[in-house]
Ligand binder design. Structure first.
Ligand SMILES: *Cc1c(COP(=O)(O)O)cnc(C)c1O
Length: 421
């Protein structure tokens, strides 16, 4: 049976109140007994008086009031309802609610892009004099925020080898407020111990923020492993069909209210209602897409592992992954991504990319179509060659994002392209 809160006005009003001003908590997930697949269809629906099947699209900048008194009450939080789409909108509220229920988070705020989510989660809770520790293997733009942007505002940062727990411990200072990591890492798919790093952060009085894009909410739940905040680029698997940019920050109600709500409301990196609607519909198929893309990636990894033109292949759920035991402990399955080093450096990697017929050259990932990336000349081009070498990103390294095509077609495509490499 569909839970009553999905359908009845009571849920609508509670959610509206939570969405407009944070005067009421979104609270604990309302569907604890349902599996993620069920929550991805039913959670967060705000149905209008027309009883539409699919979620309606509220493509509006703002909302009107019946009286000046109602307008006043709306602004002081006594009257539940929406005010202005920079800070809330029914489509944005639906997306955030569905993400909360999937992730098991008390509260969420969505943003125009994944980078807006990362920047907000990093910047909003901090002030000059604070210190941040982050794993150095991360998405290029995230590294810019930690390494270049924060220090300009007096927030010092230390980058560590995320696999080395002693480096995390040694980096902690009395003024360390946030730790940041991605796992699996981009693009080399190392798996970091979220529980152990959360414990080190908490001992030092800091919070742990996890960028969970590569794992997806289907395969890894950082909050249940001890993390305090989870961020996503919804642009990746959550859309999954190459249409919209988006981001989301999930945490406790206290963290969102204290640090995120006002910052987003007043600075405005808001998601458009249309994009929030598209991403909400993307969530309906997230579980089946991620499951199939992961099965395809695993099949490709197994088919390529011993290929004579490949120097090394990294895939999280394979027994030869360097952190295979940790993968079993903290992830429910592998990944939609595979990393491998083509023998012969950049020239061979480029010949391989150019010869692929199905998989397309792109810097993106998590899409229904397979996408292939050369990190050294794209996502990690900003880093000096030594910094790339330190991260294991050689000139022949390729990141492959498995799509929804048939695995046999993808393997044939890759095999044929490797012939030319
Ligand atoms: C793509 C990505 C981002 C940034 O997301 P955008 O939506 O492109 O701004 C952040 N972190 C990771 C791990 C990513 O893959």
């Amino acid at each position: 049976m569909i839970p009553a809160f999905c359908l009845k006005a009571g849920f609508f009003m509670a959610d509206v109140r939570a969405a407009i001003g944070g005067h009421m908590s979104i609270g604990k997930p309302a569907t604890p007994s349902y599996h993620p697949e069920t929550r991805l269809i039913h959670a967060g629906v705000l149905r209008s008086q027309f009883n539409e099947t699919a979620e309606a699209l509220f493509l509006t900048q703002g909302f009107v009031y019946d009286t000046a008194e109602q307008c006043e009450a709306r602004f002081n939080g006594e009257d539940p309802g929406f005010i202005y789409s920079r800070f809330s909108n029914p489509n944005v509220a639906m997306f955030e609610r569905r993400m909360c229920e999937l992730e098991g988070a008390e509260a969420a705020r969505s943003t125009a892009t994944g980078m807006a989510a990362v920047t907000t989660a990093m910047l909003a809770p901090l002030r000059a004099g604070d210190h941040v520790v982050a794993a150095k293997a991360m998405f290029g733009s995230c590294r810019y925020v930690v390494e270049d942007l924060l220090p300009r505002y007096g927030i010092a940062s230390t980058l560590v080898d995320g696999l080395d727990l002693d480096q995390w411990r040694d980096a902690m200072r009395p003024n360390t407020r946030s730790c940041f990591l991605e796992s699996p890492t981009n693009p080399t798919l190392d798996v970091l111990d979220i529980g152990a790093i959360a414990a080190i952060a908490h001992d030092a009085g800091a919070r742990l923020i996890v960028d969970n894009v590569f794992a997806t909410p289907i395969w890894q739940s950082p909050l249940s492993l001890g993390a305090d905040v989870v961020v996503y680029s919804a642009t990746k698997h959550i859309d999954g069909q190459g249409r919209c940019l988006g981001g989301v920050i999930l945490s406790s109600d206290a963290f969102i209210q204290e640090h995120i709500h006002t910052f987003l409301r007043q600075t405005g990196p808001s998601i458009s209602p249309f994009n929030a609607w598209t991403l909400t519909k993307g969530l309906e198929t997230l579980a089946i897409r991620v499951r199939q893309q992961t099965a395809n990636a695993a099949a490709i990894a197994d088919a390529l592992a011993a290929h004579p033109k490949i120097a090394r292949l990294i895939y999280p759920s394979r027994a030869d992954h360097p952190q295979a035991d940790l993968v079993k402990k903290q992830m429910r399955a592998g990944s939609t991504l595979i990393g491998f080093e083509v023998k012969g450096g950049k020239a061979a990697a480029f010949r391989f990319l150019n010869a692929l017929k199905l998989a397309r050259i792109s810097n993106n990932l998590g899409d229904a179509r397979s996408l292939v990336t050369h990190p050294a000349t794209t996502t990690h081009q900003r880093l000096p060659i030594e910094a790339r070498a330190e991260l294991g990103i050689g000139e022949g390294f390729v990141r492959f994002s498995a799509g929804l095509e048939h695995a046999d077609d993808l393997i044939d495509d890759i095999d044929a392209a490797l012939e030319t490499a």
